[in-house]
Design a protein around this ligand. Structure first.
Ligand code: SAM
Length: 306
C-alpha cells in the first residue's frame, strides 16, 4: 500500500502542505485554515482504504461467517441483539414497504428488515457473502429477499421505498455518485451507516504525523461533510457507546497493527511509532489497550426533505 506523495496530498488537504505553500495559499487571510475538498478526501481514502483492503476476500467471508453464527445463536437465545442504529431504522419501516439493502454482506441488517417489511432486494457483489446470506435465509425460513450479484454502481434495480447502505460504501471512491444512485432508487428515504473514529485515537495521531492526514480511512466525518457540501442535510443517529476497542498482547503486535493501518511497510518509523504507542496504550488485564474506540453513525434523510 503506497500512500500518495506529498504533492498529491497537498491537493487534498491544506494540512499536508509544507508551511511555505500553506502561507502562499492563505495569502492575505493569514491564520484562516484552507477548506477541505471532502469529495477528493473521500476518494483518496477510499482508494487507499487499508481497513477494507488488507484482508483477503476468503478471510473476510470466513470472519463474517463467524459473525453470522454468533448473531443466529444470540438471536435464538434472546430476540433482538442490541444494535441501536438498526433498531432505529426498523422503527421507521412499515410492513408494506420495499427495501434495498446495498452491500448486504451476510445479512446482519437484511434478515431483521425482511422480517418487518414486504420485500427486500439485497445487493452483494461477493459470492462468498451471498452464499452465507442464502444459507441463512433458507435456514431461517425467510422468502421475501431477492439477491442481486453486482457492485452498487453496476446494479440494475427498480425503485424501492427505502435504500440503505450499512458500511458498504468504503471501497467506492465516488461517495456522492453512490448516494445519488441511492436517492434515484428510493421513493421515501435513504440510510447510510458509517464508522466514527475516536477524536483522540492513536491512529489519527500517527496518521497525521506520518501521512500528513488525520483520517486513515473513509469514515463518518468525511462522508457527512461531503453530503453537506452537496446539499444533503442528513439527520444523524450516533451510537452512544464505543462498541469495539482494540487490545494487543504485546507492543510489537500493536506496532504491526499501527503499521497496517498506516500502510507503512518498512521499519523506518518503527522507533517513533513504538514511542507513541508506549505512551498512549494502557496495560490492563494483561494486554495493551488502545483508546481508539469505534462507534457507528446512521445518516438518514427523507426524499422530500432534500
Ligand atoms: C463491512 S460489510 C457490511 C455488511 C452489512 N451491510 C453489515 O453492516 O453487516 C461490507 C459489505 O459491502 C459489500 N460491498 C463493498 N463494496 C460494495 C459495492 N460497491 N457495492 C455493493 N456492495 C459492496 C462487501 O462485499 C461486503 O459484503
Amino acid at each position: 500500500m503506497v500512500w500518495p506523495d506529498a504533492s498529491a496530498r497537498a491537493l487534498i488537504t491544506g494540512l499536508a502542505l509544507p508551511p511555505s505553500s500553506r502561507e502562499a495559499q492563505q495569502g492575505k487571510n493569514e491564520g484562516v485554515p484552507v477548506t477541505t475538498d471532502w469529495a477528493k478526501l473521500w476518494r483518496l481514502l477510499a482508494t487507499h482504504d487499508i481497513q477494507t483492503g488488507a484482508e483477503g476476500e476468503a478471510q473476510m467471508v470466513e470472519r463474517w461467517r463467524r459473525v453470522a453464527r454468533e448473531i443466529d445463536a444470540t438471536t435464538a437465545r434472546r430476540p433482538g441483539a442490541p444494535n441501536p442504529l438498526l433498531d432505529f431504522l426498523l422503527s421507521r419501516l412499515l410492513p408494506e414497504m420495499t427495501v434495498l439493502d446495498i452491500g448486504a454482506g451476510i445479512g446482519r441488517w437484511t434478515v431483521p428488515i425482511a422480517r418487518k417489511v414486504r420485500k427486500v432486494t439485497a445487493v452483494e457483489p461477493l459470492s462468498g457473502m451471498r452464499e452465507v446470506l442464502q444459507e441463512r435465509l433458507a435456514s431461517l425460513g425467510i422468502t421475501n429477499v431477492a439477491l442481486v450479484d453486482a457492485p452498487w454502481m453496476d446494479a440494475r434495480v427498480g425503485p424501492h421505498d427505502v435504500a440503505i447502505a450499512a458500511h458498504s460504501s468504503y471501497t467506492s471512491p465516488d461517495l456522492l455518485g453512490f448516494v445519488r444512485k441511492m436517492e434515484r432508487s428510493a421513493r421515501k428515504a435513504c440510510y447510510l451507516a458509517l464508522r466514527v473514529p475516536a477524536h483522540d485515537g492513536v491512529i489519527g495521531e500517527l496518521s497525521l504525523r506520518f501521512r500528513g492526514q488525520w483520517h486513515d480511512s473513509p469514515n463518518f466525518i468525511v462522508g457527512f461533510n461531503l453530503l453537506l457540501s452537496a446539499g444533503i442535510y442528513a439527520s444523524v443517529v450516533m451510537e452512544k457507546a464505543t462498541v469495539r476497542r482494540w487490545s494487543d498482547k504485546t507492543l510489537e503486535d500493536a506496532l504491526e497493527r499501527a503499521k497496517r493501518h498506516l500502510g507503512v511497510e518498512d521499519a523506518h518509523h518503527d522507533q517513533a511509532i513504538m514511542e507513541c504507542l508506549s505512551q498512549r496504550l494502557a496495560l490492563a488485564d494483561g494486554a495493551y489497550q488502545w483508546p481508539d474506540g469505534m462507534r457507528s453513525a446512521l445518516l438518514y434523510w427523507d426524499q422530500d426533505e432534500t
